[in-house]
Design a protein around this ligand. Structure first.
Ligand code: DHB
Ligand code: MG
Length: 220
């Protein structure tokens, strides 16, 4: 049996990506543009991008909201899944990031389906018209509870919510942490467990992005 190390997690994840995701020039170009612009490599893993794409298609979502565009990698995955009549609204706090994402999304051929709203989530979310079928939350972890509240308000019974980065190297069990990202992650998970608007679970992940996790919730 292989020893469970970050190196082995990466090798197994790359094996799965090679088999199930494959080579994708538009997505690879988006990552290259993101890296060239100095953005961090914190987009979702290829297998997770494919998961987002499949969740949109499995749920039949036509209106998707993303909080945290970064370079547009996950945006492209979901925009491909909503179909020609579908729409993705994606919120990005940094104008420079939004400009890079806009170019990559357009180059991927899905620009007409994607609206990028530049601003902080707390400012942009109250201006949106609801009716979203799937919400992907992948922004500042300190605001997770605010984003979950808006996801419920802008969704409807049956809306799928995906919350990224709920594993955080296992730090989620550290109730004495002073890491604000971990505190925000724990607060978001507690809300998913306690708030009657949600029914949720979470899975830990290992792979090219290390040890982390993703929560899946349904607005009930
Ligand atoms: C961080 C944020 C992310 O969305 C991610 O996928 C990984 C790390 C971060 O802010 O540390
Ligand atoms: Mg993330």
């Amino acid at each position: 049996m292989a020893e469970s190390t970050p190196h082995a997690w990466r090798a197994a994840d790359e094996y799965l990506s090679d088999l199930l995701v494959g080579h994708d020039p538009a997505l690879e170009a988006a990552l290259a543009a993101q890296r060239k612009a100095g953005m961090p490599d914190i987009e979702v893993a290829p297998v997770a991008g494919k998961l987002l794409n499949l969740l949109v298609r499995m749920s039949g979502a036509r209106r998707v909201l993303e909080i945290g565009t970064l370079g547009g990698y996950s945006t492209i995955w979901m925009a491909r899944a909503v179909g020609e009549q579908g729409r993705v609204v994606t919120i990005e706090a940094e104008q420079d990031n939004a400009d890079i994402a806009r170019a990559s999304i357009d180059a991927a051929g899905v620009g007409d389906r994607v609206e990028i709203r530049v601003g902080r989530g707390e400012d942009v979310l109250p201006t949106l018209v609801g009716g979203f079928d799937l919400v992907f939350i992948d922004a500042d972890k300190e605001s997770n509870t605010l984003y979950l509240d808006w996801a419920a308000r802008l969704g409807h019974p049956g809306t799928v919510i995906v919350l990224d980065n709920v594993g955080r190297d296992g730090e989620i069990v550290n109730d004495a942490t002073d890491d604000t990202k971990v505190i925000g992650t724990r607060d978001g998970l507690r809300m998913l467990g306690e708030d009657p608007r949600f029914d949720a679970t979470a899975l830990q992940t290992v792979g090219v992005k290390g040890w982390d996790g993703v929560a899946l919730a349904l607005v009930v």
